[in-house]
Design a protein around this ligand. Sequence first.
Ligand code: HEM
Ligand code: HEM
Length: 171
Amino acid sequence: MSTTVSRAHWTGLNVFLHWTIVVLIIGQWIEGEYMIAFWDGTLEGKALDQTTVLLGYSHIVLGTLVLAAAAVRLLDRFVNGRPPHPEGEPTWASTLAKVTHVLIYVVLLVMPVLGLAAWFTGNDDLAGYHTFFWNPLLALIGLHVVGALAQHFWFKTGALKRMLPGVRHAS
Ligand code: HEM
Ligand code: HEM
């Protein structure tokens, strides 16, 4: 991932895409169980209730939006860079943050691609690989959130504030 730094702060687009992805992932969490029922029922040709069908299709739509949002975010990141990592955090913490961000992006791209591949081919193995990534994603997000809170409360940098909607901090 490019380490270009060409911005003093996150732009409105960065912040919008970040929090949009958060909301979409929460949606995927809620719908996950319905998608399993929808998938199994579709493969076995069973009749399904309306809620399962509706939430199953919305899992596909929201998951595809995650893919699109992560791709736009990454493209923007490569073209325009990101603000510098906050001063005042130790090197190990910014290295850990960088590695976590890269891994989150990898999973945010790989998971929906595997889900879509499973859906369009009807391949249950691909669906299994898709769901395999869910727990690692949750672990990465957990680490990321602990890191964001540590930035704010422990290292006392402005990292969390500058990612909040409506707040722009020159760093
Ligand atoms: C980043 C986006 C996505 C996330 C975070 C996500 C998350 C999940 C979760 C949490 C489950 C249930 C796993 C479990 O509880 O063990 C699931 C199941 C499933 N998802 Fe996704 N999903 C995403 C995108 C997609 C997309 C775009 C599709 C395309 C059709 C898709 C297809 C499926 C299928 C087929 C299952 C059922 C798999 C099975 O029963 O083995 N997902 N997904
Ligand atoms: C689904 C949950 C989340 C995902 C997938 C996610 C993903 C990401 C990614 C990939 C970045 C790196 C941006 C880049 O360099 O392009 C980032 C930055 C950031 N995230 Fe999250 N995030 C999530 C939840 C949260 C939450 C709940 C918080 C607050 C507690 C948060 C706070 C931040 C902050 C402060 C940054 C900027 C760090 C910096 O300036 O170096 N994130 N997030």
